[in-house]
Ligand binder design. Structure first.
Ligand code: ZN
Ligand code: ZN
Length: 191
């Protein structure tokens, strides 16, 4: 199925159901995903093209749900990578051709009131809404879907580290928290 032939309203409805509400981020994310896929020549991201697509998203907010809804890409399938930069931006990569395009939101204009944001986004052109840049994303074997390339125990904590995410420090394989000496998780302390 060619998703570019599906009416915009239907993509929007599906994204709204997936996300739980309709908001500016959903409208933006759907627009971003459709244009991104078009730029890299992907027509059927959930069917025929499903193994040829990886998406990098740069925020863990509404737009990411919209991109998941349109593309079918998910972290658990390794087809979606989250770079938590806090930016409403995403890069769509066609693994077959190597083509990649990054779309970044130009943000709402001052004249747009919050209440009319969805309508303003719908009315604007892609070029009004996004910076669109072609380029490439170097991917290693450890970044691709499929079986884990490697799994090694961390020499310090003993936990297994998959997909070449371990770091070699003084000849030892360490997980990232052990190598860096810090983690988001603080054991034994109540917040
Ligand atoms: Zn939202
Ligand atoms: Zn460790």
């Amino acid at each position: 199925m060619d998703i570019h032939t599906v009416p915009f309203g239907q993509h929007l409805k599906e994204a709204e159901v997936f996300h739980g509400h309709l908001c500016g981020g959903i409208v933006s994310g759907v627009r971003m995903a459709l244009r991104g896929l078009k730029e890299i020549g992907i027509r059927d991201p959930k069917g025929e093209d499903r193994k040829n697509l990886i998406v990098f998203v740069e925020i863990d907010r509404c737009a990411t749900d919209a991109i998941t809804s349109v593309t079918g890409c998910r972290p658990g399938k390794r087809s979606m990578k989250i770079k938590d930069y806090g930016k409403m931006a995403a890069t769509f990569i066609n693994l077959e051709s190597g083509r990649a395009v990054r779309l970044a939101s130009k943000g709402p204009k001052d004249s747009e009131q919050a209440g009319s944001l969805e309508d303003a986004i719908k009315a604007a052109s892609d070029e009004d809404l996004f910076w669109i840049q072609h380029g490439s994303v170097p991917l290693g074997a450890g970044d691709l879907p499929g079986r884990p390339v490697r799994s090694v125990p961390c020499a310090h904590c003993g936990e297994s580290v998959m997909d070449m995410r371990d770091l070699c420090v003084n000849g030892e394989s360490l997980c990232q928290p052990c190598a860096e000496g810090q983690s988001y998780f603080i054991p034994g302390r109540q917040a």
